[in-house]
Ligand binder design. Structure first.
Ligand SMILES: NC(=O)c1ccc[n+]([C@@H]2O[C@H](COP(=O)([O-])OP(=O)(O)OC[C@H]3O[C@@H](n4cnc5c(N)ncnc54)[C@H](O)[C@@H]3O)[C@@H](O)[C@H]2O)c1
Length: 328
């Protein structure tokens, strides 16, 4: 069993790779180590993964030649997590999203078709596909044709292309709609991480609409359990492609997140109230009954447990002042 895992130097990919390696399977990690955020953090994650059972290939998933060179009869599973993530940056560099998330998805699907012993192609989608939906919690059967950002549109495009490949080529696939994932070794561009840095630096944090927007915050260990549980259960050909929410099944305010960060870091935040941008949705909340029925998924980490774990890692990694030097 060899698992090809893209986005291995990224937040979720690193944690999934570590859990898979602990199972004793071979993991081939792929990542282009782009500089969307501190590459030093990506390299530090890879350094943690180095060792038996893990090999690394620096490559771009949108690069056909590089990805086709990795086609192998040993590959039984592909876990495709590489993407240009982040809602706000999609207003700044929309092309990066189309290259990584649309071209990258097609290249990965074409590559998957060539792996003759492939049992399952699992890929990351996002809760952002629910876009401007107002009915909560979000269910996999909800309409997903009203994205509020280009990021969301490219993630939905990936799901649709996967549907076509499942239909045409009977490629067993599962798309995972992650809901606001946080935890140690997290992503510096996300609010919880950027807030922690600003709190430690004593600089103001921009909080949208008085902290009222709500998110289904999902701890990384729960996400890893969901990814691996889903990976182990490929859909039967007759079932068609599968889409699953992975969330915490709780919707909590950003204001509460800030309060938990303050308590865990032992400092008060300087809050600057700003209006919520149009690309950001007001609330997310995952119905997780489908993945629970399939895998027994049961998120076990509430925000009040997960945030102190993140804060402890943050302080250890960055030092007390939050000031570890970053390389872009
Ligand atoms: N973290 C979340 O809250 C969240 C929520 C919803 C969906 N997702 C999705 O989950 C997946 C993993 O997200 P993450 O939070 O770990 O993000 P991340 O940015 O930490 O990880 C993504 C990794 O992919 C790599 N990458 C980007 N473009 C690439 C390319 N063209 N070729 C090869 N590698 C490339 C990056 O270098 C990075 O290491 C992504 O598909 C993301 O869209 C994440």
């Amino acid at each position: 069993m060899t698992i090809l895992l893209t986005g291995a130097a990224g937040f979720i990919g690193f944690h999934v790779a570590r859990a898979l390696r602990a199972r004793g399977v071979q993991v081939v990690g792929v990542d282009n180590l782009n500089d969307y955020y501190d590459t030093g953090l990506k390299e530090a994650r890879l350094a943690q993964l180095a060792g038996p059972g893990f090999s690394f290939v620096r490559a771009d998933v949108a690069d056909r030649d590089a990805m086709f060179a990795l086609v192998s009869d040993d590959v039984t599973h592909i876990v495709h997590l590489a993407a240009q993530a982040g809602v706000r940056f999609s207003l700044i560099d929309p092309y990066a999203y189309v290259t990584a998330n649309v071209m990258g998805q097609v290249v990965m699907l074409e590559m998957a078709r060539q792996c003759r012993r492939l049992e399952h192609f699992v890929y990351a989608s996002s809760s952002s596909v629910y876009g401007l939906n107002r009915e909560l919690p979000f269910r996999e059967t909800d309409r997903v044709d009203q994205p509020s950002s280009l990021y969301a549109a490219t993630k939905r495009a990936g799901e649709l292309m996967s549907h076509a490949y499942a239909h045409l080529y009977r490629l067993p696939q599962t798309g995972l709609r992650f809901f606001t994932v946080y935890g140690p070794w997290g992503r510096p561009d996300m609010a919880y991480y950027a807030f922690a840095r600003a709190i430690m630096a004593g600089t103001p944090i921009p909080v949208y609409d008085g902290g009222r927007p709500k998110r289904d915050f999902t701890y990384i260990d729960d996400i890893v359990a969901g990814v691996i549980g889903a990976m182990d259960r490929p859909p039967a050909a007759a079932e068609g492609p599968r889409l699953l929410n992975i969330g915490n099944h709780r919707s909590e305010s950003v204001g509460r997140l800030v309060g938990l960060l303050e308590a865990a870091l032992g400092r008060k935040a300087m809050i600057r109230d700003v209006p919520r941008p149009a690309a950001d949705v007001a609330e997310t909340w995952a119905d997780v009954s489908a993945i629970a029925a399939l895998t027994g998924y049961a998120p076990a980490t509430p925000l009040e447990v997960g945030i102190p774990r993140f804060a402890a890692w943050f302080l250890a990694y960055h030092g007390d002042g939050g000031g570890r030097k970053e390389r872009a």
